[in-house]
Ligand binder design. Structure first.
Ligand code: FES
Length: 255
């Protein structure tokens, strides 16, 4: 775990609520090893109200450019300030934090299901899977077409299926309504997004006898096990999602 200043190399609005920041260490040090599912804690500078860092999933690691991509959803004063950092601005990160998704060990059919900004870690996971010889399939959901982010990037790493609540892209409805879940038999499912979506995906996986990992988006303040605000009830007892997670096998959860 490191605390380091990064320079914002680009800041792109993907829609009116989500921004993609590409950042690189100001000291030009080489990025450490990072795994899909891990996250960073971003310091919110120049705020008299926001004292806590904001936990953000690692969206992508571009080793060639020594950049981390961070997909930020603007939902309050803290994330608003982060989204407003201009190119050339400085952002301070504690990173990498948390555990990671379990990469497959043998060939099979792997489905990565995500909704909203929960798609962020799935791009990094899909890239790692593809580079390790797997063919991931993605099932992404959102309210409408503009909410399904980074489609061209996902298509580089695997087959992409989409659902939208208004039917403007892909199948109309929620991810769990997509016909691919009936047509294909998957060996393992990874999921991240709003809790009701993840619970529905976990229920589907359990009914079908498919292994499944979820990335919890519990409230997080410190990010390293000190404040206990991220505690999740599991078969191992009450544990911190920030240090023992955010990724859990559904067999560990009471969902
Ligand atoms: Fe503080 Fe997990 S965020 S203990």
């Amino acid at each position: 775990m490191q605390i380091l200043d990064f320079i914002v190399r680009s800041n792109e609005a993907l829609n009116n609520q989500n921004y993609l920041l590409k950042v690189a260490p100001t000291d030009s040090s080489t990025l450490p090893v990072m795994y899909p599912g891990q996250f960073v804690q971003i310091l919110v500078d120049n705020s008299s109200h926001v004292f806590l860092r904001r936990p953000i999933s690692i969206n992508f690691v571009d080793r060639g450019k020594n950049e981390i991509w961070l997909l930020i959803q603007r939902v309050g004063e803290g994330t608003e300030k982060i989204c407003n950092i201009p190119v050339g601005g400085i952002i301070n990160l504690i990173y990498p934090l948390g555990n990671s998704f379990t990469l497959p060990e043998k060939k099979g059919k792997y489905l990565l299901v995500a909704g909203g900004v929960g798609t962020a870690p799935m791009l990094f996971l899909g890239k790692e899977m593809k580079e390790n010889g797997f063919e991931p399939e993605f099932l992404l959901g959102g309210r409408s077409e503009k909410d399904i982010l980074q489609r061209a990037h996902f298509e580089r790493y695997g087959t992409l299926y989409c659902t939208t609540e208004d039917g403007s892209l892909g199948e109309k409805g929620f991810v769990t309504h997509h016909p691919v879940l009936k047509e294909k038999k998957y060996d393992f499912i990874y999921t991240c997004g709003p809790k009701p979506m993840m619970v529905a995906v976990a229920r589907y996986a359990r009914e079908q006898g498919i292994g499944c990992e979820v990335s919890l988006e519990n409230l997080m303040a410190c990010g390293f096990g000190a404040c206990l605000c991220c505690v999740e009830k599991t078969v191992r007892g009450n544990i911190c999602a920030c240090t023992e997670g955010p990724v859990f096998n559904i067999n560990e959860l009471f969902w």
